[in-house]
Design a protein around this ligand. Structure first.
Ligand code: PLP
Length: 386
């Protein structure tokens, strides 16, 4: 089947894979070792740090490698609370949005057990954070605001410049989970305090990501793991050189391919919707037409059970319900709930992503497969309107 689930993970770029190759064996070495192999590995890690920094408009020294965006999100939230407390800062409130990834929401909930209060800002039907409500929630007690740049289920893009202005005026810290946007759209980290990145969402290897910590942030997070002094003591543990090198190569590639990718993947998503309409399939697309991650399509086929649809097309295409991290759970997506979908629309929503390695044929094939499956399923449920 054709892979169309790039929100969950993107295929490794061949260029990143080639860059990683020597670091597994021929050039193996711990970047902390003082011998020649160690020095080479260390130089490769620092090259990758520059490549990642360049992609997000940061200084290399502001990029700390982690195991992924989950760890970076935990480090930003928990680490900044620890740092603030250590400095005698008495602010105890976090503000998050209702559509954050579970790694932000659950880190925030864990902090609730330690005397932190969490306010959750609602979103509009398009999945955009309600700025009026957000500013009402932020007060002198707000230590940190955490919002995502692009949503992993519906692709909604957030008005980050406006959010940054609101948060800056309050003196609170601002963390942005940029896992879905970096490498897909231009992104400038330097206006934020903390930014989380994930390599496997931008055609790099799994198991590596980064936290950007602005040199101007009021607090550098405290570590949440204890060990050696790697990554300036912020994130101990032996650096995974091949993964870091692959992440760096993917970042360098994104720097040059970004505009091409954006144009192509946006056109593929449009072609897919057009092909559905050509086949007279009834559907509702979630999220705004323009403020959306290019290539991302969250779409409901009224009256159809999403899991049945996904199974029916699984020989031709791999698509998913809501978030991959949630699959297998019975609870419906908190994101689709937050945009106010009815239970029936929520159950009939699938998530599709057209990425760098997809073609127009893939977009048409997806529409064909879905059109055929929807027709069959609607017929079975006695709905002949289709
Ligand atoms: N944040 C967002 C918005 C995501 O989509 C994901 C991916 O599932 C994550 C965080 C977690 O990233 P990682 O898989 O690198 O831990």
């Amino acid at each position: 089947p054709v892979y169309l689930d790039g929100h969950a993970t993107t295929p490794l770029a061949p260029e990143a894979r080639a860059a990683m190759d020597p670091w597994w064996h021929q050039r193996a070495g711990n970047p902390n070792s003082p011998h020649r192999h160690g020095r080479f590995a260390d130089a490769a890690v620092e090259t990758a740090r520059r490549q990642v920094a360049e992609l997000i408009g940061a200084m290399p020294g502001e990029v700390y490698f982690t195991s992924g965006a989950t760890e970076a999100n935990n480090l930003a939230l928990i680490g900044s609370v620890l740092a603030a407390r250590a400095q005698g800062d008495t602010r105890t409130q976090l503000v998050v949005s209702a559509i954050e990834h579970k790694s932000v929401l659950n880190a925030a909930h864990a902090l609730e057990r330690q005397g932190i209060t969490v306010a959750t800002a609602p979103v509009t039907a398009d999945g955009v954070i309600n700025l009026e409500r957000l500013s009402q929630m932020i007060s002198k007690a707000t230590l940190l605001v955490s919002v995502m740049a692009a949503n992993n289920e519906i692709g909604a893009l957030q008005p980050l410049a406006a959010i940054a202005e609101i948060v800056r005026a309050s003196g609170s810290l601002l963390h942005v989970d940029a896992a879905q946007i970096v490498g897909k759209l231009p992104f400038d980290a330097s206006v934020f305090d903390y930014v989380s990145l994930s390599s496997h969402k931008m055609y790099g290897p799994m198991g590596i990501g980064a936290l950007y910590v602005s040199g101007a942030a009021a607090y550098r997070p405290q570590p949440i793991l204890y060990g050696g002094d790697q990554e300036g003591g912020l994130r101990p543990g032996t650096m995974a050189t091949p993964l870091v090198v692959g992440f760096g190569a993917a970042a360098a590639l994104a720097t040059t391919e970004l505009h091409n990718d954006t144009r192509r993947t946006r056109a593929l998503a449009e072609r897919f919707e057009e092909a559905l309409r050509e086949r007279q399939v009834r559907f509702t697309r979630h999220g705004a037409a323009t403020a959306r991650l290019p290539g991302s399509v969250s779409v409901a086929f009224d009256g159809i059970d999403a899991s049945e649809l996904i199974a029916a097309v699984s020989d031709q295409i791999s698509i998913s319900e809501g978030s991959a991290c949630q699959s297998g759970q019975i609870t419906p997506s908190h994101v689709l709930r937050a945009i106010g979908l009815s239970d029936s629309l929520l159950r009939s929503t699938v998530r599709i992503y057209f990425g760098r390695y997809n073609s127009e044929d893939d977009a048409v094939l997806a529409a064909e497969a879905i059109a055929a499956a929807v027709a069959k399923l609607r017929l079975r449920t006695g709905d002949r309107l289709q």
